[in-house]
Design a protein around this ligand. Sequence first.
Ligand SMILES: Nc1ncnc2c1ncn2[C@@H]1O[C@H](COP(=O)(O)OP(=O)(O)OP(=O)(O)O)[C@@H](O)[C@H]1O
Length: 229
Amino acid sequence: MILQSNNLVKKYMSKTAVNGITLDIEAGKVYALLGPNGSGKTTWMKMVAGLVKPTSGTITYKGISIGIESKSKIAYMSTEPFFYNYMTVKDVGKYYKDFFSDFDEKRYEELIERMELSMKDKAKSLSSGMAAKLKIAATMARKAELYMLDEPLNGIDIIARERIITTILEVTGEEATLIISSHLVDELEKIIDNAIFVKKGTIAMNGEAEELRLAHGKSIVELYKEVYA
Ligand SMILES: Nc1ncnc2c1ncn2[C@@H]1O[C@H](COP(=O)(O)OP(=O)(O)OP(=O)(O)O)[C@@H](O)[C@H]1O
């Protein structure tokens, strides 16, 4: 087990965003973190990334509480923009390199090319889809152990999505662990090992994708519709 979330709770005033999530994440697997808007996916990821403090419960990464050590091994891509308008794509790479010692410039160059972006592009001139690709490239250029991508496919056209998913899987290799949050279930169905269904801050269903399909005689897409109907 690489990551353990034990009865994790996050309350904002009267709002409970995460209401007791217990999860074990295994190394080398690809997880889909599924759920409709407001179900608590982002809040859970932010707690794992060490950006939001849990109200109660514990999270350990390789047996140690989330902190400086885990932050250096976990690459988290938030839904929020992370670069400034005046930056070029190249500047974004430099900016990231300053923050993360595991940032691999060569890998960044390769990713920028695969995303069909140019180092000279100005961040402010990018379309929202291009900016989304840039964010993925910067995150995946880190040689992290665990990648957590919050809604990476949002704003990316349907043709590019499949290619981007393939790129993500190729660049991380077999050993890395991936947690991808999305409501675009059909795009993830083919590539995931495990599916986690989050509903109103709790886990509604969780397991190996193939086992879930066999046990219920349904695809993950069909299960998604059933869980959130
Ligand atoms: N900083 C905050 N202050 C108050 N409430 C918050 C805050 N962050 C999240 N929430 C609330 O917690 C709940 C869970 O939000 P969260 O962003 O984790 O959901 P999500 O599953 O990621 O949704 P989406 O798919 O829309 O991104 C929502 O009801 C949201 O309004």
